[in-house]
Ligand binder design. Structure first.
Ligand code: V07
Length: 255
């Protein structure tokens, strides 16, 4: 069944034709660095937080679209361990967004059979943020549709250091020989242990860096960049990313 674009805000978007995705060859796990919210707002003479708010609405639309397409996992970089350095009012606003998002959209996520998860150091988040997210995780844990995985207070190097510590403890206890440490074992100590690896990374707003996001897990992923700021990102951009993904040859280092 072809998916149309009833979401269009402009005439150009409304007239855009779907690209003809091969629905049997979609990326299973898409990861997104949702960048450019602050710059989007600044360009409009608005405070940075207005960009974050607008960006939240885009999250909802892309989640819906990915779920309709049949993507299995969508990982979104919502808050990095470095983001604590931002002004206090901005951090406070960001920490309210999960609450806001879930108050508005949790019923729809449940209706769409979406399972909410997080990766990152969850313990140090403000109590109101933790409470809302934990409730969403709990209420969607038996859903078997799209896995919506929010990276919240996430940093890839910290994640790996944490994994190494876990493994070192086992060695220290005498339960593990260093020669038995494998890639699989290391992976199993990461936050993403229960997820398949991302096959596509999208980053918006023209930056072409990983910024401490899923360094290990993205080893074989295709990277797709766009100049578009996250608040302007829409279903047709997402479709184009998937379309380009399908037209790249993936060889996993083989011939
Ligand atoms: C955040 C909106 C999207 C643009 C990027 C930064 C701002 C959705 C969430 C969220 C997180 C957990 C959850 C439900 C929703 C979110 C933060 C920032 C911190 F369970 N958007 N969004 N969280 N932005």
């Amino acid at each position: 069944m072809p998916i149309k674009f009833p979401f269009a805000k402009t005439k150009k978007q409304a007239e855009a034709q779907p690209l003809g995705l091969d629905h049997t060859h979609l990326p299973k796990h898409v990861a997104i660095i949702m960048d450019g919210n602050g710059r989007w707002a600044k360009n409009r003479g608005m405070p940075r937080i207005a960009g974050h708010k607008e960006g939240m609405g885009v999250v909802k639309r892309i989640v819906s679209y990915a779920s309709d397409l049949g993507v299995r996992v969508l990982t979104l970089y919502a808050f990095s361990t470095e983001n604590w350095k931002r002004p206090k009012n901005e951090v406070e606003f960001l920490m309210k967004l999960p609450v806001d998002f879930l108050n508005t959209y949790l019923p729809e996520l449940i209706e769409k059979n979406v399972q909410v998860r997080t990766i990152g150091d969850f313990d140090v988040l403000p109590p109101h943020t933790k409470k809302a997210v934990q409730e969403a995780i709990e209420r969607t844990k038996d859903n078997d549709g799209l896995v919506l995985n929010f990276a919240l207070n996430y940093g890839s190097r910290f994640e790996m250091v944490h994994a190494v510590r876990q493994i070192a403890e086992k060695v220290k206890e005498g339960a593990l020989d260093p020669s038995d440490i494998s890639e699989e074992m290391f992976s199993s100590e990461l936050y993403t242990s229960e997820l398949i690896e991302p096959d596509l990374l999208i980053r918006t707003s023209g930056e072409q860096r990983l910024s401490n996001f899923l360094l290990w897990q993205l080893a074989y992923a295709e990277f797709w960049f766009t100049e578009v700021y996250w608040p302007d990102f829409n279903e047709s951009h997402f479709e184009k990313a998937l379309y380009d993904f399908q037209n790249r040859k993936r060889r996993f280092g083989g011939v």
